[in-house]
Design a protein around this ligand. Structure first.
Ligand SMILES: Nc1nc2c(ncn2[C@@H]2O[C@H](COP(=O)(O)OP(=O)(O)OP(=O)(O)O)[C@@H](O)[C@H]2O)c(=O)[nH]1
Length: 332
């Protein structure tokens, strides 16, 4: 079983810098790392690349040949990669024995929240090569300086989580720059906990320019709150403490921590982790379309005892019509 990260996020959010920093950090603690560049628009790579999509297809060639812009070109490249997944599988083969994999993806957000090509690529790799991958979704901390942009970042995180159905960690990147953006409307915990967005609505309401969007903003915030899935951690590339913390989350999220447990890991389809004060909490989200079986409940109990919170998240219809099992427990 091979573990790794799918590094995604909007353009310029710091994906390539993260892959470089994380690979150096993991190497320092003794893990073999392979960074896979799947962004055909990545011209200057700061890391040593184990596999490079440019050996298969170049964005520039696609744009010239098919008269496409950069966005259409990237969709084409991902479709092409999906069709030629054998190429990627064969390139990954030498690393799947003992390496940790970091996938550096393009920054076009529709690829992760709308189109199916990237999701299919990831699913195929996971099945064929028995990979355990976690999505690291980077969002520039700059968005916290504007409550309206922050709401859109939350919606993007939510739709990406639901679309990819991977263990998922949202990260506010470039947190070292946050003070340079001026005084934030709320302290940082507010932005990372994503608990009560009514404060955000109230803040937006103070600005007369937002008056006509009041109802829309309220309803968008309610969507994020109703799902209750999004929370965020923060990260700065030069901060080793953040990297250590993130690594802890990652090992939990892709089940590295329970790799020795029985084969029941396949039951989990989505997972969220959260840090509150000094305790680390873990939320396991079991996306089910039916009432959990006895065996699944048993798994939940065991995870609760060992790692923290486990929570059943079921299909909306089922949740409304029957009693939701939503139990939480403190980490031991
Ligand atoms: N201060 C600071 N700058 C960062 C950090 N992470 C990334 N950057 C800078 O942000 C810029 C964009 O970083 P990239 O790593 O190229 O971002 P990307 O998401 O790969 O960009 P695309 O490939 O265009 O989607 C670069 O100038 C980085 O040096 C960070 O943690 N702190």
């Amino acid at each position: 079983m091979v573990f790794g990260q799918v590094v995604i996020g909007p353009p310029g959010s710091g994906k390539t810098t993260y892959c470089n920093g994380m690979s150096q950090f993991l190497k320092l603690i003794g893990r073999k790392v392979a960074v896979i560049n799947l962004d055909p628009a990545n011209d200057a790579l700061p890391y040593e690349c184990a596999v490079n999509i440019e050996d298969l297809i170049k964005l520039e060639d696609v744009m010239n040949e098919h008269s496409l812009g950069p966005n259409g070109g990237l969709v084409y490249c991902m479709d092409y990669l999906q069709k030629n997944i054998d190429w990627l599988e064969s390139k990954l083969m030498p690393f799947i024995k003992d390496h940790y994999l970091l996938f550096d993806f393009p920054g076009q957000v529709e690829l992760f929240s709308v189109h199916t090509n990237v999701r299919n690529i990831i699913n195929k790799l996971m099945k064929k090569l028995d990979l355990r991958l976690t999505a690291i979704h980077l969002v520039d901390a700059h968005l916290c300086s504007d409550p309206g942009k922050y709401v859109s970042a939350l919606l993007l995180s939510l739709s990406t989580m639901i679309h990819l159905e991977l263990p998922h960690i949202n990260v506010l990147s470039k947190i070292d720059l946050i003070e340079s953006y001026g005084k934030l409307a709320f302290n940082l915990d507010f932005y990372t906990d994503v608990q009560d967005l009514s404060y955000l609505q109230y803040h937006l309401d103070q600005d007369p320019r937002h008056a006509k969007y009041r109802k829309l903003t309220k309803e968008l915030c309610e969507v994020v709150e109703d799902y209750g899935l999004v929370n965020v951690t923060s990260f700065a590339i030069d901060d080793s403490e953040f990297k250590r913390k993130l690594r802890k989350y990652l090992n939990k999220s892709n089940f590295y921590v329970i790799a020795h447990m029985d084969g029941s890991r396949d039951k989990y389809s989505c997972l969220v982790v959260k840090d509150t004060d000094s305790d680390t909490y873990l939320t396991l989200v079991f996306k089910l379309e039916k009432r959990p079986t006895t065996e699944e409940r048993d798994i939940e109990e065991r995870i609760q005892l060992r790692f923290g919170i486990a929570r059943w998240f079921v299909d909306e219809k089922w949740r409304k019509s029957t009693d939701t099992v939503d139990r939480t427990a403190r980490s031991r």
